[in-house]
Design a protein around this ligand. Structure first.
Ligand code: ADP
Length: 308
């Protein structure tokens, strides 16, 4: 369980995290999403006790990070897959972690097997690809069979099989009661993996809650309507206060009115409808809407701004 309240951290004049509140519950995978520079890695370092906040409180499994006694049993973390001595082998790296945390040696071979590195257990880490480094980072995070996992971009650099494997592994661990907090930029993958979502932009939480609720709320904010006579319908909807866009396929996308209200406006304007439904929103669309203009770095794409 992770509970963060009122978290604030500044580096010189840059406030990386303003008043962040976040909960990640046991038995659930919580996605931590946000544009570059939003404050995800800073929050993760703070909740692992690797840095001290300027204000606010962090509880991991009910305790302050500094008070966690059997650390690797309490919280497993992957912040940087390359954080291992390059001259070591994966087995030696994991054995040194196991030794200093009272974890039996056989667990090292178990996690090497689990993450698919058993066949390279005696190769030097120096020659590892990004994906192999990520697998090794995951092995270290899983070594103590922790109650809580904090994973920063764990699927970065993994091939498609690896991505699916991580998804299945995290779902399995959550099914056994583990609390998983993970950040990723891969929206499609997040949508398939997480139960809950915390969306952060410019150091502030802009949305949080179950993924299904978040998408449902945003879906009900837009209605698709189709009619033969779109012009009088568009005019009636606009004068009823809606924002109307015409994608050009004979439909109208309506914001600001519910599906019921759109139906009533069409009825009053005597325009027969052939379709009326709330528009389903993908996680990617919801993310772009919620974080629009909030990325620290943006790239110009014809027609709109997207986070870099
Ligand atoms: P994210 O992980 O969401 O990309 P970060 O937490 O890395 O965001 O960064 C949040 C903000 O804090 C950025 O403006 C970043 O430049 C700044 N920042 C993060 N770590 C440091 C640091 N050690 N020193 C100075 N600025 C930092």
């Amino acid at each position: 369980m992770i509970e963060v309240r009122g978290l604030r951290k500044a580096y010189g004049g840059t406030v990386a995290v303003h008043d962040v509140a976040l909960t990640a519950a046991p038995g659930r995978v919580t996605g931590f999403l946000g544009p570059n520079g939003a404050g995800k890695s800073t929050t993760m370092r703070l909740l692992l006790g690797l840095e001290q906040p300027d204000a606010g409180s962090v509880r991991v499994n009910g305790q302050a990070p500094a008070d966690l006694r059997w650390r690797l049993h309490e919280v497993g973390a992957l912040l940087d897959g390359r954080a291992a001595i390059p001259g070591l082998t994966p087995r030696a790296h994991l054995r040194s972690l196991a030794l200093t945390h009272g974890i039996p040696r056989r667990r090292v071979d178990e996690v090497l097997e689990l993450v698919g590195l058993a066949s390279v257990a005696t190769r030097r880490i120096r020659g590892f690809s990004l994906g192999m480094g990520q697998r090794l980072g995951l092995a270290a995070a899983l070594l103590g069979n922790p109650h809580t996992l904090v994973l920063d971009e764990p699927i970065n650099g993994l091939d498609p099989d690896g991505v699916i494997w991580v998804r299945q592994l995290l779902r399995h661990l959550a099914g056994q009661g583990t609390c998983v907090l993970l950040s990723s930029h891969l929206m499609g993958e997040m949508a398939q993996t997480v139960d809950d979502l915390v969306l952060i932009a410019q150091g502030r939480v802009v949305a949080a809650g179950p993924l299904a609720d978040l998408l449902r709320e945003r879906s009900s904010a837009q209605v698709l309507v189709r009619a033969h006579r779109t012009e009088p319908l568009g005019a009636a909807l606009t004068s009823a206060g809606a924002m109307v866009t015409a994608p050009g396929d004979g439909s109208l996308e309506v914001r600001g009115l519910s599906a019921d209200e759109v139906g009533q406006v069409a009825c009053d304007a005597r325009v027969p409808l052939s379709e009326l439904r709330p528009l389903e929103v993908s996680l990617e669309q919801a993310y772009l809407e919620l974080t629009r203009d909030q990325a620290e770095y943006t790239a110009s794409v014809p027609g709109r701004q997207v986070p870099a």
